[in-house]
Design a protein around this ligand. Structure first.
Ligand SMILES: Cc1cc2nc3c(=O)[nH]c(=O)nc-3n(C[C@H](O)[C@H](O)[C@H](O)COP(=O)(O)OP(=O)(O)OC[C@H]3O[C@@H](n4cnc5c(N)ncnc54)[C@H](O)[C@@H]3O)c2cc1C
Length: 347
């Protein structure tokens, strides 16, 4: 089929790649350049955290997340082969900790998680003593006496994923219109500010940009990227606090992503002083080596969320719509794309 896709963020690129490698003729349209800086997907920390999310989300998010977790190793291997790029994907678990005054927040998180967790998965959640935390993450030894280890959680490098998808799409012959703002989508037609295009099928993956046709809202998130040569962490660490849950996610070469605030606001202006202080103090309290870290960048973006905070994959006026991945885009994208491909097959 000849398929037009509005939006080349996380979901748009991913489904374009799966459709192109299945032999469809694919055309992508994005209001932004191929670098995708406007996409929430390039700001994200890209943790794949079905367990941590279960404490604060619907069971459906966990179920879909487990589908994605199963899918990622094979998709990443296929993407590396299709693109000639490497994409860091690691499944070494994540660790939630709290400083002594905040241990009740961690216990609450642990209780909620264990209460909601299907019995078949309880072995993937382990409560750790101080000594066990020290073994698990030697860099933060002696700082925490209570932790929760989520053994099956994963992470990937989203910057590498975006580049690899772009490269694979080029090699697979996908047509990609940059700076092409889509103003209308219909069953077989897609309209940009410049032109009208006819297709056999249209996919809408515009995230917050689909407001005209969907009650999607943006949820502001701020993250910080630092280089900290003195610090080595094996896995993402979540720091529990009564007012927020912040995380530090290690990337290659002692680079770390620190995030994320979550604010009901569609303001995309720069990071506020309050958010900067919260993120930086969380960081510094984890490891004193972060004091000498250099700040590489601050980023702000909007998570696309529907009123129920659940993802939507389905037909709307004949257009295949994927939206509402909210704070779980990396967790949910493969599962949502698999659902979308099944709908296309069944058409
Ligand atoms: C700070 C932050 C941290 C996050 N951390 C995580 C995490 O650790 N784990 C996780 O699973 N998820 C995380 N997320 C969530 C994840 O990034 C999103 O759920 C995901 O990016 C949504 O994918 P999407 O493709 O629907 O939207 P986007 O990635 O936002 O892509 C939408 C694309 O549509 C384009 N577009 C918009 N309007 C138009 C138009 N009219 N015409 C053409 N193109 C248009 C945009 O330019 C963009 O490229 C985080 C998000 C943020 C902001």
């Amino acid at each position: 089929m000849n398929i037009g896709i509005a939006g080349a963020g996380l979901v748009g690129r991913l489904i374009a790649w799966r459709l192109a490698r299945a032999g469809h003729s694919v055309t992508l349209f994005d209001a932004d350049s191929k670098a995708g800086e406007q996409a929430a997907g390039t700001t994200a920390a890209a943790m794949i955290s079905p367990f941590a999310e279960l404490a604060v989300s619907e069971p459906e998010i966990f179920r879909l997340g487990m589908v994605s977790l199963q899918c990622y190793p094979q998709w990443i291997a296929e993407l590396e082969a299709d693109s000639d790029c490497t994409v860091m994907y690691r499944q070494q678990g994540s660790l939630a900790v709290a400083h002594s005054p905040d241990v009740s927040s961690l216990r609450h998180f642990q209780d909620l998680l264990l209460h909601r967790l299907p019995v078949a998965h309880t072995q993937a959640v382990r409560v750790l003593s101080g000594a066990e935390i020290d073994d698990c993450e030697p860099a933060i030894a002696g700082r925490f006496r209570h932790g929760v280890f989520l053994a099956e959680e994963a992470q990937l490098d989203n910057a590498e994923l975006f580049v690899a998808l772009e490269s694979a799409l080029t090699k697979l012959g996908v047509t990609w219109y940059e700076q092409a703002t889509v103003i209308a989508v219909a069953e077989r037609q897609l309209q940009t500010t410049q032109n009208c295009y006819d297709f056999d099928m249209v996919v809408d993956a515009r995230g917050v940009g689909a407001k005209a046709v969907l009650s999607v809202r943006g949820v502001r998130g701020e993250v910080l990227t630092v280089d900290a040569p003195e610090v080595t962490l094996q896995r993402p660490i979540r720091l529990m606090h009564p007012r927020y849950m912040l995380y530090v996610v290690p990337r290659a070469n002692h680079r770390f992503i620190i995030g994320a605030t979550e604010l009901e606001s569609e303001d995309k202006s720069s990071v506020t002083v309050r958010s900067a202080l919260e993120l930086l103090s969380a960081l510094y309290s984890l490891h004193s080596g972060f004091a000498e870290a250099s700040i590489v960048k601050w980023s702000v973006n909007l998570r696309p969320a529907l009123p129920d905070n659940l993802p939507f994959v389905g037909w709307r006026s004949g257009v295949l719509t994927i939206n509402g991945l909210y704070r779980h885009g990396y967790l949910l994208a493969p599962a949502c794309v698999i659902q979308a491909l099944a709908l296309i097959e069944g058409k």
